[in-house]
Design a protein around this ligand. Sequence first.
Ligand code: ADP
Ligand code: MG
Length: 749
Amino acid sequence: MLTLETPVQFVKGIGPTIAKMLGEKGVGTVEDLLLHLPFRYEDRLNPRGLNELKPGEMASVIAEVRGAVLLRTRRMPIFEMTVGQGVQSMKCMWFHGTYLEGKFKPGQMVALFGKVEPSRSGRGFKMIQPQFEVLPDGHDDALDRVLEVGRITPVYESLGGSKLASRWIRRTVWNVLEELKGIPETLPVALVDRLKLPRREEALREVHFPPAGTAMAQLQGAGTPAHRRLIFEELFYLELGLEVKRRRFQEKTGIAFETSEKVRAALREILPFHPTAAQKRALGEIAGDMRRAVPMRRLLQGDVGSGKTIVALQAMLIAIENGHQAALMAPTEILATQHYLSAKRVLEKAQHKYRITLLTGSLDEDRKRAARRRIYEGEADLVIGTHALIEEKVEFKNLGLVVVDEQHRFGVLQRFRLMKKDGAEPDVLVMTATPIPRTLALSLYGDLDLSVLDELPPGRTPIVTRQVADERADEVWAFVRKQVAKKHQAYVVYPVIEGPKDDQPELDFALPDEAPEPEPTKKGAKKAKAGSANGPQNQALFPKLPLKSATDMYERLRTQELSGLRVGLLHGRLDADEKEVVMRRFQRGEIDVLIATTVIEVGVDVPNATVMVIEHAERFGLAQLHQLRGRVGRGGAKSYCILMTGGKISPNAEERLAAMVRTQDGFELAELDLELRGPGEFFGTRQAGLPDFRVANLLRDRALLELAKVESARFVQKAEAEATEEERARIRVRLQGLWQRRYGLAEAG
Ligand code: ADP
Ligand code: MG
């Protein structure tokens, strides 16, 4: 008998080969298959007439193939097809459509989905690159007639080429639903009833095969009760896991640090400036956590330049003044080194001499060994490093506080914990340089408490941001010269390290709209839903220009446009010593113009730098541009960010650049970035631990996320009253299973 846990291989019509293909798409069980939801629906119950279409709308129509031809134009092959209903007809075009040759035969019925555009003649319409499905011709079996026409038909992202496309999935899902005898409820029944959600069984059936009369708009927006129920469920288990984790920490023994007058005097002593109100508040919250004998798990969030570093440093001093060690883990060697230098500078003023140790992967073995020894013997109070801190078998004598950045959040904390010999857990402060919209913060960091620096230090003048075409490069370099003449410094940033042959950009800049995907993937499918054309069309319209690289431009600028200035080069392929030397020289003002890649993106702090020139700015993501711009405007002098672009720019990139010119508010930019790129891209997917949702979409489902958070907390508190013992056991097992599978064992905690 079929259950949700049955491996797909045992479903009728699926053998080992197909099961393997499905496995590659993450579909291992019947449940996985059922959670592969349609990404849109076609109303084949009330088909639209060609004369009812409106230009500009996304529409699906059913029509008959009248004729098709492959046109070989000078620029590219175009596949053209005419379809009709009675006397009405419509043209469809596919660029680079060679693959469609021979696919359609006159008289066939096809379902088409795409954007309706006025035809050139002015009468009637056309569709460019519509999605299509050839409908069964009447000789097919009864099931085809049930599933393909005369109903609201689900359309799926393919699970493997054209074979496992919509029609195949439709039939398989239908068969599976026929065969399943009862789908058990997975949420507490009391909760489902209170929120008036449909039961799981009903939701799974209706989301695939909506009953006649379901509103199309609701279906397309995933807003039917069936959708909402499934989305809520997914978010509920995410939030429940975070809530359980959070509570588990609360039960652990932490270190109760003291903040006596002596400690506070030590904190005041190192302050190089008056802290902002936000900094005071955040430090107050952190100190409050640290005093409690419960391990701190706190996120310090603040826009670029909001002054997180000094807050973290003060927190570390609290630990050190209490006789513990503190560790700061930075994402790159450059940053670790910079933190090390600036901590040294700041702490030098203190009467008490703090012992600071740097540990990064590129130190030679002897220096590493010496550092490890100092850490183990307790001769290092403050340890600053990179990933090496957990990779190099470092044992701390008495670790009290760990400060990590968001990228290190997942997976790292556990390993730090293992290194503690006695029972007490070190406190953990996570810092994020990316302003995260509140709902995302809620879901990503739901197990952490949140402190926000929502205020910039005083005396900052807004950064003047301009978009400038490549043709005006001469003016830009003249401007850089003028700023250097005023004793300021400048950055010039490129997307790649070396010339055209370079296949390893510093980061992968392929943004969705510039990376055509021939096979619609999940993302592609979502984009199509949002209405943008995909693939070959964009490729034709936005051909890639050869990229200027940091290395080439360094050679050129220092000998030509910027000759006579002191020009330096910084990128990720230099070894650590070289990087450190360049950084120090720039910091000390011995380099006027630093040519760099995005290695300088995060955290580099040189207040005297007033100009940020970004070449190929259209290639960078919004979050990245914002981080880069944040490298200037750190001192009192007026600062400038120049976004240089060449050639044709995609509309999406135009929007990013316009936003940069318009605002400097990191939160506003983050929201927009999220919208333009989707949550996955926004965070660089897994790296930041953003859960990979199957049915939920954080952008669309914010309200449900908030609800899931409230309900999961309530459930943990009142589980006894709200669920039977059997139900609680079932939910616990499911939670563990889901968290192990989706977010990794370590996170089940
Ligand atoms: P971020 O939050 O981006 O890490 P930093 O901690 O690097 O920001 O601080 C940015 C700059 O502002 C640094 O040069 C720092 O010394 C300075 N700064 C931080 N807080 C204050 C303050 N309260 N008053 C004046 N300058 C400050
Ligand atoms: Mg910083």
